[in-house]
Design a protein around this ligand. Structure first.
Ligand SMILES: NC(=O)c1ccc[n+]([C@@H]2O[C@H](COP(=O)([O-])OP(=O)(O)OC[C@H]3O[C@@H](n4cnc5c(N)ncnc54)[C@H](OP(=O)(O)O)[C@@H]3O)[C@@H](O)[C@H]2O)c1
Length: 333
């Protein structure tokens, strides 16, 4: 089968950073689905895993954790899906990724694709929707009518988090955006207020009428934004971040407010094979229903075709600018 892989970790402008290769088609066992991939999305995690270092892989390593496709074969213990079903999923960071013609994925972390979307529109969603859903409902445990500050509103995660927060959770959302085009994008997705993440966040919140916010969701540069999040969060409020920090975070800033801090990492369930890992498949099914009911819209903003190393290198290079609005998807091998 065709795949895009690396053996060395090189800067993205090096043509050997991602290569077109031929690999054996895998065979599904246990609860695995074999999926014929139709479209994939790129995420900052791909860029982080691919980041230059001296390691050399003995066998080609396939990255990519966002896909939409068709079930081609099933393992003997599969019960949720059958051959021919259309699925979308992010997959498991500890296994080969979705940048290949066929991929194995555990049925518990796959969802039925929205019926009203094309493969490329669906591929834009899984990784970011899982992240935003788990952050809002499992980590922050948001309650309707409360206020939420989303730092980094126009990116892949922010674009679906805004929609889930406003249209599903019933929150009052302040999103951050730093450019006219990203501000327009987050307003169109439903953000009721917009402030700039490169300015003073607590001061801008006050200008918008918020002395504090009940929840903060940090989707970019935790080191930079944590002190402002701590200053802005309400007494007994909660902060969730999805981005690793480089320096220690001072959680003592939260003590007087009895405010909480929690991580969201969307690979936790598959990485640790948690007893509730099937919740990820269920939440994807729910996202698909919300899409088909027109409550949510796809966050797709750019499509490249075909799925090959040259287009994937281009997508990685664009992501590395840190200025992507919505999601970049590649379709068709
Ligand atoms: N823990 C998890 O499970 C998980 C899951 C998904 C993603 N992540 C991580 O979350 C981060 C965001 O992912 P993503 O897919 O949303 O990224 P993305 O699509 O690349 O985000 C791009 C957006 O980030 C905004 N931005 C740039 N610099 C910023 C800053 N200093 N502060 C706030 N916003 C800034 C930009 O907005 P403007 O153009 O308006 O400046 C741009 O629209 C990445 O680090 C990713 O690895 C973690």
């Amino acid at each position: 089968m065709k795949a895009i892989a690396l053996t060395r970790y090189l800067p993205i402008d090096n043509p050997e950073s991602l290569l077109d290769v031929q690999l054996d088609q895998p065979v599904p066992q246990g609860r695995d689905l074999l999926v014929a991939i139709k479209a994939i999305a790129v995420n900052p995690v791909d860029v982080k895993v691919r980041a230059p270092k001296d390691t050399v892989e003995k066998a080609p390593r396939v990255l990519g954790w966002d896909a939409a496709g068709v079930v081609q074969a099933v393992g003997p213990e599969v019960s949720r899906f059958k051959v021919g079903d259309r699925v979308f999923y992010a997959g498991d960071i500890t296994r080969p990724g979705s940048n290949s013609e066929f991929q194995l994925v555990d049925e518990r972390i796959a969802g039925n694709m929205p019926q009203t979307l094309s493969f490329e529109q669906a591929a834009a969603l899984p990784l970011t929707a899982i992240t935003a859903w788990e952050a809002l409902f499992d980590r922050l445990k948001v309650a309707p009518g409360k206020s939420l500050l989303i730092i980094g509103g126009a990116g892949g995660v922010g674009s679906i988090a805004i929609q889930l927060a406003v249209k599903v959770a019933g929150l009052n959302v302040i999103a951050t955006a730093s450019r006219p085009e990203s501000e327009q994008w987050v307003r169109e997705l439903g953000a009721q207020h917009v402030i700039n993440h490169f300015g003073d966040l607590p001061a801008q919140l006050k200008e918008q009428g918020f002395d504090s916010v009940d929840y903060v969701l940090i989707l970019n540069d935790t080191d930079r934004h944590f002190p402002a999040a701590a200053a802005a969060v309400a007494p007994q409020g909660m902060i969730c971040t999805i981005v690793e920090n480089a320096a220690p975070l001072d959680v003592s800033l939260l003590k007087a407010k009895s405010a909480g801090f929690i991580w969201e990492f969307m690979f936790t369930r598959s990485m640790f094979q948690t007893a509730d890992m099937q919740e990820q498949g269920k939440l994807l099914d729910q996202v698909a229903r919300l899409i088909d009911q027109k409550t949510l819209v796809t966050t797709l903003s750019q499509v490249l075709s075909p799925i090959n190393a040259a287009n994937l290198r281009q997508a990685h290079a664009t992501l590395e600018t840190g200025r992507v609005i919505g999601k970049i998807v590649l379709k068709d091998f």
